[in-house]
Design a binder for this molecule. Structure first.
Ligand SMILES: CC(C)=CCC/C(C)=C/CC/C(C)=C/CC/C(C)=C/[C@@H]1[C@@H](COP(=O)(O)OP(=O)(O)O)[C@]1(C)CC/C=C(\C)CC/C=C(\C)CCC=C(C)C
Ligand SMILES: [Mn+2]
Length: 401
């Protein structure tokens, strides 16, 4: 919420924590602060990321010993997870604001306009993300519309740096986009899509931080085209994708009869975003290289005996296959972590999440089926497989708890 950046700033002063510097940080735009929280403050194994096994999977063929314990980056991300979980717990103790309310109560624009705004969000979602759209059909109308509004905001944010006008986008434009975000969270939407999201965040316990963090990910994309370590990549994946999990859980809802803690459900949601983005990265290696980008951790490439030039040359060798196997294995571990959380979502939300998880995970199978040629062959899941996943996910979701 509004206090969170202040909390981060206070922590910064108190602890002298690391800052992730980037040239786009103007003095007015808040620099991203990464808190070095005590390594094992919460004790026990990492819920967020079974660090030893994931690192081991990634370095299965390399000589370096796997790192154990959470990194400062993971701790910083985990702080956001905890804050989101706390918000949803508060909501569980109160009556959900939307329950029993008339649709047009407390809105900044009249219901007619707001209804149109949500309809337009639905149309965008249906056009750009057919599977997500289909998945929202089982949800209650309030939840469905809210997911559409979040989807559209995410898509527009990504379009800023990936869309047709991307070459005109500057850090200042992203600062303006962030100001617009703050305005809509305060009930001052700028256009009809913002109005839909503004309404959504007034009805569900959605915090602004994951939205701000997604913009931060887009800032990274403006200047950063290499990731030295998995830790750096993890932070990027949190920004652009893990945040989606944190934005949507308050809308999807946690099952009232679930015994799981809100924290563990948020961790699973975060893991799904990370898994999806890692999968995107593995699928798009060739495409990204053609844009001069390498998202794969450079230290892991080096450990596998690979160089940046190997990526640009794009030749599938045994070294490449071995490297890819490790990367795929790690992405699968994040999917496994995510899948454990699905059962604890509200029953109507399980199916779409499970279906999207399975569909995305199958992209990894497709990379294998392409003999790890992700330089010139796009891994995709065929229509037949997609269609089959939906009823199977539906059946599994129905018996999940
Ligand atoms: C407990 C539990 C498992 C809960 C599930 C929580 C949940 C619903 C998590 C959603 C995870 C998810 C779908 C993450 C999106 C990851 C993603 C694809 C990010 C993309 C980023 C940038 O990628 P890139 O530029 O490399 O790729 P493109 O070539 O541009 O594709 C994004 C594009 C960021 C923007 C994200 C979106 C537009 C998707 C947002 C989706 C929703 C709000 C709907 C989620 C709903 C359902 C039903 C899964
Ligand atoms: Mn994109």
């Amino acid at each position: 919420m509004a206090g969170s950046s202040a909390v981060r700033a206070a922590h910064h002063t108190a602890t002298g924590c690391t800052r992730l510097h980037h040239p786009s940080s103007s003095s007015s735009s808040r620099p991203r602060v990464i808190l070095p929280l005590p390594a094992r403050r919460r004790g026990g194994a990492s819920l967020l990321r079974p660090r030893a096994s994931l690192a081991a999977a990634a370095t299965a063929t390399a000589t370096a010993a796997p790192t154990v314990g959470r990194t400062a980056t993971e701790e910083a991300v985990y702080e956001v997870v905890l804050r989101q979980a706390a918000l949803v717990q508060q909501q569980q103790q109160q009556r959900p604001r939307w329950a029993g309310e008339k649709e047009d109560e407390g809105l900044v624009v009249g219901w007619g306009l707001l209804g149109d705004a949500y309809d337009r969000c639905g149309e965008v979602c249906a056009e750009y993300a057919k599977t997500f759209y289909l998945g929202t059909q089982l949800m209650t109308p309030e939840r469905r519309k809210a997911v559409w509004a979040i989807y559209v905001w995410c898509r527009r944010t990504d379009e800023l740096v990936d869309g047709p006008n991307a070459s005109y986008i500057t850090p200042t434009a992203l600062d303006r986009w962030e100001k617009r975000l703050e305005d809509l969270f305060e009930g001052r939407p700028y256009d009809m899509y913002d109005a839909a999201l503004s309404d959504t965040v007034s009805k569900f316990p959605v915090d602004i931080q994951p939205f701000k963090d997604m913009i931060e990910g887009m800032r990274l994309d403006l200047w950063k085209s290499r990731y030295r370590t998995f830790d750096e990549l993890y932070l990027y994946c949190y920004y652009v994708a893990g945040t989606v999990g944190l934005m949507t859980v308050p809308v999807m809802g946690i099952a009232p009869d679930s015994k799981a803690s809100a924290e563990s459900v948020y961790n699973a949601a975060l893991a799904l975003g990370i898994a999806n983005q890692l999968t995107n990265i593995l699928r798009d290696v060739g495409e990204d290289a053609r844009r001069g980008r390498i998202y794969l951790p450079l230290d892991e490439l080096a450990q596998a005996g690979l160089t940046e030039d190997d990526i640009f040359r794009g030749k599938v060798t045994d070294k490449w296959r071995r490297f890819m196997k490790g990367q795929i294995q790690r992405a699968r571990l994040f999917f496994d972590e995510a899948e454990k959380g699905v059962a604890h979502l509200d029953s109507a939300s399980r199916w779409p999440v499970l279906a999207s998880l399975w569909l995305y995970r199958q992209i990894l199978d497709a990379i294998e089926a392409n003999d790890y040629n992700n330089f010139t062959k796009r891994a995709y899941v065929g229509k037949a497989k997609k269609l089959l996943s939906l009823p199977v996910a539906y059946a599994k979701a129905a018996v999940a708890l």
